[in-house]
Design a protein around this ligand. Structure first.
Ligand code: B4P
Length: 195
């Protein structure tokens, strides 16, 4: 089983690249952002709770997100690999993921971190906000709040994967195809040595 984490700040292209990776490598795609937006559009109690955090640029509570991932892993018992997109985003989430994967006798093979300047990120998010209807992409104050949450709560978990020598950065600026090629090279290299 080959499990990948796509890491990076809001708007760095995790969702964009995940779509292409799923097509090429047949990973099971687990995007906590997409799962939460689905709950919101179905107006479930979980969705209503999540929306109040997402609209302010805050993270949804760990127990909610971890519970969602747990049930998705259970649903895909025969998967040959998972692509985690936007998860984990906090230390408790990273710890929970390690535990859930070890129960399945597997682990994270590689963490690829997309690096993009804040100026470019703001441009991308405001641009997406024009058409996506996503309330967290239209207000620049909320966008900056999301960056600050990323710096304080998410970026530090990179150290956990660096210590395990599973962490690699990828230049996240350039065309979608160029970035995809760099990601595929990193995956193919790791797949050769990963048993
Ligand atoms: P997410 O849905 O994960 O979204 P994201 O970080 O904003 O975006 P992503 O990096 O996937 O960007 P994309 O490819 O779409 O999170 C949303 C919210 O959900 C969070 O703020 C939080 O509240 C909540 N949440 C999610 N996971 C959570 C967790 N684990 N714990 C707690 N809360 C959680 O790209 C952005 C734009 O850039 C697109 O318009 C795209 O077309 C464009 N783009 C992509 N690549 C480009 C390129 N190379 N050049 C130019 N534009 C590009």
């Amino acid at each position: 089983m080959f499990n990948l984490i796509l890491f990076g700040p809001p708007g760095s292209g995790k969702g964009t690249q995940s779509e292409k990776l799923v097509e090429k490598y047949r990973f099971i795609h687990l995007s906590t952002g997409n799962l939460l937006r689905e709950e919101i559009s179905n107006r479930t109690p979980l969705g209503l709770e999540a929306k109040s955090f997402m609209d302010k640029g805050q993270l949804v509570p760990d127990e909610v997100v971890i519970g969602m991932i747990d049930s998705c892993l259970e649903h895909h018992k025969d998967a040959s690999g998972f692509l985690f997109d936007g998860f984990p985003r906090t230390e408790p989430q990273a710890g929970a993921l390690d535990k859930l994967l070890s129960l399945k006798k597997t682990e994270i093979a590689l963490v690829l971190a997309l690096e993009v300047s804040e100026e470019e990120l703001v441009k991308r998010l405001l641009n997406r906000g024009k058409t996506s209807g996503r309330s967290d992409d239209t207000n620049e104050t909320v966008i900056h709040q999301r960056f600050s949450v990323y710096r304080n709560e998410t970026a530090p978990i990179a150290d956990h994967y660096k210590k395990l020598k599973k962490f690699q950065t990828i230049k996240g600026e350039g065309s979608v195809e160029e970035i995809f090629d760099s990601i595929c090279q990193a995956i193919d290299k790791r797949m050769k040595s990963f048993t």
